[in-house]
Design a binder for this molecule. Structure first.
Ligand SMILES: [Zn+2]
Length: 339
């Protein structure tokens, strides 16, 4: 074992045996924004051998204040976050195998994404994906670590299906859209990201090395500005919980996914076509060339239409910036990409 991990091996709770477990581990990070980028950096430095990162978005300059893996060049080139993360991790620890997936997480792919990993870290920014992830992880008895941060406030909880309460044991219903503050309405500061992500990754490492006695087993809440810290001790799972008690996976089994979604913090809407859609970006770039100022890289094509900036990915998804009106976004998508 190389000297890279010597200080971590000296930490007796990990030791040589724990380090080998980390090297042999596989972790999925869902969402590579502020929390996810921080998870990815800490896990790759710790030597977690295989990290799968899924994210639907690309790097922007507004991300650089808190999304530690990314650089100005990534924002200038509009690299997808999963790809930029893989490149940066390659520079941090070339021994880590990174599986970078540029995609939206939905009913059609979530079970495939969690397949084969030892645990899942929540780096997403929305409850639709968290409830879906909870269903999938409970169904397949996979540990996942919930985390959220906005403004100076954050929260986290470690979920081990069958052993601890799941997300729906605690919050049975998904909060209504628009009812909670978002990074768009309330902003966010880096220290709360660091606090929540460090707590999540500590729990992940405990689970991966098998030190389950050290888990905090609480719903933890922090406010780094108001100097508050609460730990609500968690008991047993709720036997009447729709997900882990009754095994009814309402989010996973929902008939159809939302075709259009307003993105947190972006003044943007994502349009997602059915799975399996593929776009030939080269010929697509040719079709919109007359609009002028078409930018293209290996993963996406971006162009402007009036006030709106439209980014189209290979899987047919588009992010339409400059509006949070789904009908405006749908009509732009239909006009330029097709339906
Ligand atoms: Zn439950």
């Amino acid at each position: 074992m190389n000297e890279r991990y010597s200080r971590q091996i000296l930490f007796t709770e990990i030791g040589r045996e724990g380090q080998q477990k980390l090297l042999d581990s596989r972790v999925l990070i869902v969402g590579c924004g502020a929390l996810g980028a921080s998870h990815a950096e800490m896990l790759s430095r710790a030597g977690v051998g295989n990290i799968r990162i899924v994210d639907r978005d690309f790097v922007e300059f507004t991300n650089l204040q808190r999304q530690t893996l990314f650089k100005e060049r990534d924002a200038a080139e509009r690299l997808p976050k999963a790809i930029a993360a893989r490149e940066r991790i390659g520079e941090i620890n070339s021994e880590v195998d990174v599986d970078a997936i540029v995609a939206d997480v939905n009913q059609s792919n979530v079970e495939q994404l969690i397949d084969g990993v030892d645990l899942v870290l929540d780096g997403t920014d929305n409850f639709q994906v968290r409830y879906l992830l909870n269903d999938a992880c409970v169904k397949h008895a996979k540990a996942w670590i919930y985390g959220a941060a906005v403004s100076s406030y954050g929260t986290t909880m470690t979920i081990i299906p069958g052993e601890t309460p799941c997300l729906r044991c605690i919050f049975e219903d998904m909060p209504d859209a628009g009812s909670a503050p978002t990074c768009d309405t309330a902003g966010v500061i880096m220290p709360i990201i660091a606090t929540v992500s460090a707590t999540q990754v500590s729990e992940a490492i405990k689970l991966l090395v098998g030190d389950t006695g050290a888990l905090h087993r609480s719903l933890l809440q922090f406010d780094v500005w108001q100097n508050d810290r609460h730990a609500i001790k968690l008991g047993a799972p709720n036997p009447d919980c729709p997900a882990c008690g009754l095994h009814s996976y309402e989010f996973l089994d929902a008939e159809s996914q939302e075709f259009a979604a307003v993105l947190c913090g972006r003044n943007a809407v994502q349009i997602a076509p059915p799975n399996g859609t593929k776009i030939d970006l080269e010929s697509f770039a040719g079709r919109v060339a007359h609009l002028g100022d078409v930018k293209q890289n290996e993963y996406l094509v971006r162009f402007n239409e009036g006030e709106n900036e439209i980014t189209v990915f290979r899987d047919g998804r588009a992010i339409i910036k400059g509006t949070d009106d789904v009908s405006v976004a749908r009509s732009l998508y239909a006009r330029y990409v097709g339906t």
